[in-house]
Design a protein around this ligand. Structure first.
Ligand code: SF4
Ligand code: SF4
Length: 128
């Protein structure tokens, strides 16, 4: 399962991810991270059975955590199956099934690249 971590300014310099790994001993894969001196936005992938425990550990450290169950939404009424999102997505979220483009939303890390690339504006991210 993917978790979006919103790290607030007051705690962004703390070793939060490493301390959660040490505490939970869970396998936590960092899939995307945008961190500066002010705040951080990190997407991690966690074993499904450890997800609740890991989420609680981050929250105990002051991190706002959002479960990315369905991170990208495709409007099938607007999609013309051009394939632009397939070539641009870094995680392989989209693929052709016959002549139609379908999404495996579980792969999405919410980078937002496909949203601006789609000529039909058929893609949107869920609110974080
Ligand atoms: S880029 Fe947009 S229109 Fe093209 S296949 Fe993807 S979602 Fe559909
Ligand atoms: S936001 Fe779009 S391009 Fe980025 S990972 Fe998700 S599906 Fe792929």
């Amino acid at each position: 399962m993917k978790l979006m971590l919103h790290v607030a300014p007051g705690i962004v310099r703390r070793p939060i991810v490493s301390s959660v790994i040490l505490e939970t001993k869970a396998l936590i894969n960092i899939e995307r991270a945008k961190v500066d001196a002010v705040s951080g936005e990190i997407v991690v992938d966690v074993e499904p059975e450890r997800c609740s425990e890991v989420k609680a550990a981050f929250e105990a450290r002051g991190v706002r955590v959002v479960l990315l169950e369905n991170p990208i939404i495709k409007d099938d009424e607007e999609c013309v199956h051009c394939g632009a999102c397939i070539s641009i997505c870094p995680t392989g979220t989209f693929h052709f099934k016959g002549t139609e483009v379908v999404a495996d939303a579980g792969k999405c890390v919410q980078c937002g690249t496909c949203v601006t690339a789609c000529p039909q504006r058929a893609l949107r991210l869920i609110l974080k």
